[in-house]
Design a protein around this ligand. Structure first.
Ligand code: OGA
Ligand code: NI
Length: 256
């Protein structure tokens, strides 16, 4: 509530930078898209936290402390999940974590205002997250949907529950054993909605590719993706995101 009243009511420019890494914006990529999305958001870098916390908003006075505690706790949760995911792939438990270089963590605090004509836009149109794994906290208002078996399915809020989405980097590292989930957010005519997302990702210089242990040419399990740096991926994603649903296809290994 504090966050909502203090920040979102003062949002008047399309992008308002606190610094290169922390900013307010609206829609997704205002310079590229034809139809704007019905969303305002605050974007923060969260890891390593001491590199960024002084750039975060300083009002309300509790903002930095509360947000830092949240970011640190969600990071611990993610690291536990990554161990379980590594083991589920038959890899040693720090395998996925070790591919992420120095690691990165961002947060998006999304505000979807009530929308007089929800059929004309989205909160966010269908997309796959470019990062590794996303932990989503939503309020009690519905809006998130995932694409499954050819249909959009509502992920209705359950109190005290996180939604965990896998992103493109998990699909690449697992060599398609795990799939990046297609999802979107719709808006409501009479209700506002808030969601808080933690995007866990490799650091920019990390070299990403399918885990070697999952490749066995003799058994015909070849690498589906080529190696790339996360910086390269992210640049491509920012260029094409939401225009095409899949940035990941352009990183497939050549079959020639
Ligand atoms: C996102 C996202 C969904 C939501 O920010 O990438 O998918 O419910 N958000 O806000
Ligand atoms: Ni998303």
């Amino acid at each position: 509530k504090l966050i909502k009243h203090t920040f979102f009511f003062s949002l008047s420019l399309s992008v308002h930078f606190f610094s290169v890494n922390q900013f307010f914006s609206t829609s997704f990529n205002v310079s590229k898209e034809k139809v704007s999305n019905w969303r305002d958001f605050l974007r923060l870098h969260c890891y390593p936290i001491e590199d960024f916390i002084h750039e975060w908003p300083s009002t309300p006075v509790s903002f930095r402390e509360v947000t830092a505690e949240y970011a640190t706790s969600v990071r611990a949760l993610v690291l536990t999940l990554l161990e379980a995911i590594s083991e589920s792939l038959g890899l040693v438990k720090d395998r996925v974590s070790n591919t992420l270089g120095k690691h990165g963590q961002h947060m998006a605090i999304n505000y979807y205002p009530p929308c007089p004509q929800p059929e004309l836009t989205y909160g966010l149109p269908g997309h796959k997250d470019a990062n590794l794994i996303t932990v989503l906290l939503q309020d009690e208002v519905s809006g998130l949907q995932v694409f499954k078996d050819g249909k959009w399915i509502a992920v209705n809020p359950v109190p005290n529950t996180f939604i965990v989405n896998l992103g493109d980097q998990m699909q690449v590292i697992s060599n398609d054993k795990y799939k990046s989930v297609l999802h979107r957010a719709v808006v409501n005519i009479d209700k506002e909605r808030i969601s808080i997302l933690t995007f866990y990702c490799p650091s920019e210089d990390a070299m990403i590719g399918p885990a070697q242990e999952l490749i066995n040419e003799e058994e015909d399990s070849h690498a589906i993706y080529r190696n790339f740096t996360y910086a390269e991926y992210f640049e491509k994603f920012w260029d094409t995101a939401f225009a095409t649903e899949s940035c990941i296809d352009s990183f497939k290994a050549s079959t020639a």
